[in-house]
Design a protein around this ligand. Structure first.
Ligand SMILES: [Zn+2]
Length: 114
């Protein structure tokens, strides 16, 4: 279990508790109910992000495991998270596209690591 999955579960539990608290306060205190439901929505949104990060981490680990065992797995879609945020202009060291991973370490590459 990754730390991201543990955090996602904790956030999901917190969202459920906040939703219950908001619904319990609903008939008498609508402002408190709104705060509770808003907090539940924010916590649930964070939980979705952490759950997606967990799935990405496990997919990258499985891809790397297959690569180390001698297979030639196809790159994940997207190949890496930096490519997603940079529009495909940059790739990080954990990129699952073999060509991008090789060219990342060339000395004249702008994103190369020493
Ligand atoms: Zn990439």
């Amino acid at each position: 279990m990754t730390g991201q999955r543990r955090t996602a579960r904790a956030l999901t539990g917190g969202a459920g508790l906040a939703a219950c608290a908001g619904l319990c306060a609903l008939p008498d205190r609508p402002a408190l109910a709104a705060v509770g439901l808003y907090l539940a929505a924010v916590l649930a949104w964070f939980a979705v992000g952490y759950r997606a990060a967990h799935h990405r981490t496990t997919a990258e680990a499985a891809w790397e495991r297959r690569r180390v065992l001698g297979e030639a797995p196809p790159p994940l879609n997207p190949c890496c998270l930096l490519a997603t945020t940079s529009g495909g202009q940059a790739h990080d060291a954990r990129c699952t596209d073999e060509f991008r991973r090789i060219t990342l370490h060339l000395p004249d590459h702008p994103w190369s690591t020493p």
